[in-house]
Design a protein around this ligand. Structure first.
Ligand SMILES: [Zn+2]
Length: 341
């Protein structure tokens, strides 16, 4: 009798776990899963990252402005932290996506570094969505975009804190954010070239219980390798954004190995390097997404090392892995998976 009860119990457990795994998700009339990506009704108690899908903008017949980065994190208690806000022409797209999430304020805004494809619409954004705290690196950049952003921050008395490696801050009560780059002691960088600015990108690891997210702007390989050499496995994270829009200037194999991500997102209007895509997906076996093919991507976790991923678009090219039919993926305990390897 006891045995029979145990069998019934086992079957019930199996049935319930099957039910949770195969969520009933249907595309909208355009074949998109937009509402599932931006629905925040199940975010409570979870740390969630939404990697917004932004397009390149063409000004006149020739000038193309590349889509930059914009990631929106929400804390278990519903605070909003945005890392970067793409270029000045991305505001309408960002605005639409924030509206779908029901965002009214931005509790924390992080400027990964001062390039125009990362802080381009900061002032526009702040006019509509009050920003309560800004974190930035220490580079004083010589550009109109940077000056406009800083003018707005100063004129509106938005608290603004410069971060270096070794610093940390709390995103709500339960999510700790540790800073791994840039290094201290460099002062205000005199050198304004692209590589120097990119190498000064803030590198952040968000930790919530057993779950972790990594983001480090446009860090180049020499910056990546400095971080790996200094911090080793401490940078290990389950979810990450590719550095520098997935270009081969960045995403060094030793850096990827040290992070050893389960989920990676490339943010750009195209796949910038198939070599980088293959490295993440084939060599390091990470679920690999690109905004240009998968649309916006939501990754959420209750803090136990499990993740729920929902993409907006079903991608056509599958050279780096078959997409799930409903663009929905679940990742069981990432720490256990790593231990089993
Ligand atoms: Zn960039």
């Amino acid at each position: 009798m006891k045995r029979l009860l145990l069998c019934i119990l086992a079957v019930l457990v199996l049935l319930t776990s099957c039910q949770t795994a195969s969520k009933n998700i249907e595309p909208d009339e355009n074949g998109l899963f937009t509402s599932y990506v931006f629905d925040t009704s199940e975010d409570s108690g979870k740390l969630t990252a939404r990697y917004l899908a932004l397009k390149a903008v063409y000004i006149g017949s020739q000038d193309k402005i590349n889509a930059g980065d914009c990631t929106v994190y929400t804390s278990p208690e519903g605070l909003v932290m945005m890392v970067d806000c793409s270029n000045r022409n991305s505001f309408d797209e960002i605005d639409q996506q924030l509206q779908m999430m029901g965002v009214t304020d931005i509790d924390i805004f992080v400027m990964s570094h001062p390039h125009a494809d990362h802080i381009g619409c900061l002032a526009q954004l702040a006019r509509k969505y009050p920003i309560h705290q800004v974190y930035k690196n220490n580079q004083v950049y010589d550009s109109v975009t940077y000056r406009e952003a800083m003018d707005y921050i100063l004129e509106n008395n938005i608290p603004c804190t410069v971060l270096y490696e070794g610093d940390s801050f709390m995103f709500g009560e339960q999510v700790k954010v540790d800073v791994f780059n840039p290094p201290t002691g460099l002062g205000e960088w005199a050198n304004q070239n692209t590589a120097s600015s990119n190498n000064c990108s803030l590198a952040l690891k968000l930790t919530y219980g057993d779950s972790s997210f990594w983001t480090s702007g446009d860090l180049y390989m020499d910056g990546e390798l400095r971080v790996v050499e200094k911090y080793g496995d401490a940078i290990d994270s389950d979810v990450m954004k590719m550095n520098h829009h997935g270009y081969e200037t960045s995403n060094n194999k030793n850096f990827i190995a040290a992070i050893s991500p389960e989920v990676v997102v490339g943010m750009h209007e195209s796949i910038t390097s198939q070599t980088v895509a293959m490295m993440y997906s084939l060599k390091y076996k990470a679920l690999t997404f690109y905004n240009c093919q998968d649309g916006a991507v939501r990754v959420s976790t209750p803090g136990d090392g499990t993740y729920d991923v929902q993409c907006q678009m079903l991608r056509e090219k599958t050279f780096y892995g078959e997409p799930a039919a409903n663009c929905h993926y679940t990742i069981s305990n990432a720490a256990d998976m790593k231990a089993a390897e």
